[in-house]
Design a protein around this ligand. Sequence first.
Ligand SMILES: Cc1ncc(COP(=O)(O)O)c(C=O)c1O
Length: 399
Amino acid sequence: MNPYLSQLHPYPFEKLATLKQGITPPAEKPHIALSIGEPKHATPHFIQEALLQHLHGLTQYPTTKGLLELRQTIADWTCRRFGIPAGGVDAETQVLPVNGTREALFSLVQAVIDPAEKPVVIMPNPFYQIYEGAALLAGAEPYYLNTVEADGYLPDFDSVPEAIWQRCQLMFICSPGNPTGTVLSKADHLKLLALADQYDFVIASDECYTELYDDEANPPQGLLQSAYQAGNTDFKRCVIFQSLSKRSNAPGLRSGFVAGDAEVLQQYFKYRTYHGCPMPVPTQHASIAAWNDEEHVKHNRQLYRDKFTAFIEILQDVCDISQPPASFYIWLKTPISDTEFARELFAQQNITVLPGSYLSRDSGGINPGANHVRIALVAPIEECIEAAQRIKTFINSLS
Ligand SMILES: Cc1ncc(COP(=O)(O)O)c(C=O)c1O
């Protein structure tokens, strides 16, 4: 068997299941899950309709490149969303549809990494675990770049040793961040772009939460936006990952895209052809409908905004809690260890949250996820309110 398989870590939810094993929570309190980042708002009807209307497309083998109509829709959306002049993203060479970003985050690394060169893949810490698995299975060494409170939960690029930059072939950024909800600025992107030029690596920018933001007047900056503004109009060394899962409440559709550097995408396209992962034609049509509509996304943002407001209002006098600029997560500091907090909260209140240390690794002498839990505000607002009240009772019981 592939020896790298043995290096893969158990997934955070396996660890969570083990943590909860043997505990019987109070039966009179219905369970509330705030642990999984799976959107629970309804998938818009028009997206479902578009899928149904194109079911006859099942008679065709889809192509790896996807329909031009989909790629053009994606290219146009990317330009509109990130302030790039129309035509600034080429549907032929700078866009590929993917079956959700998860598989793409994994497979891009397999296409990019040259295992002969002692490669390093840099990733934020805590992080979405696919980054690490992708690096390990590609034969690269992960470098965990801590995001800690003192730095506003943002990565400190200056802390990366020169020897690591020298070996870096790919760097993941996640903005808005899972689990922190923090957003990288244009200045952060420009600094990273300069480093990518200097040390010759690809920036893989996971942007699957960019459409879930609080301030309608201030949507999160995207990497292609920063690159374009800085004159890197070919998006050299940049690949972004976008998804309909969170934006359009369609995690089951399995639809997203990658866009950016045509040279990287050409090689990645070759990889994907062999990997055999084209997007089914009906899914492509549903995706065209979804990318062409912003009203449902605006409505979606309002649903999350209402939940954040209600949740924080209940908890603000018992803990240090605030709304992040984007995402649907609260990255909450815990007064006791994160695993104990999660276990006891489940035992006493039948609420599941995810211990932060399950999303991170020891690095630089600390575990940056320790003493935090990730709370995903995905449940309906009534459940979020009920959860906040029970968490308040729980926190009060600790003092
Ligand atoms: C940071 C991050 N990236 C990527 C994904 C994958 O999303 P999808 O494959 O549904 O596009 C997730 C899902 O939770 C995520 O949290």
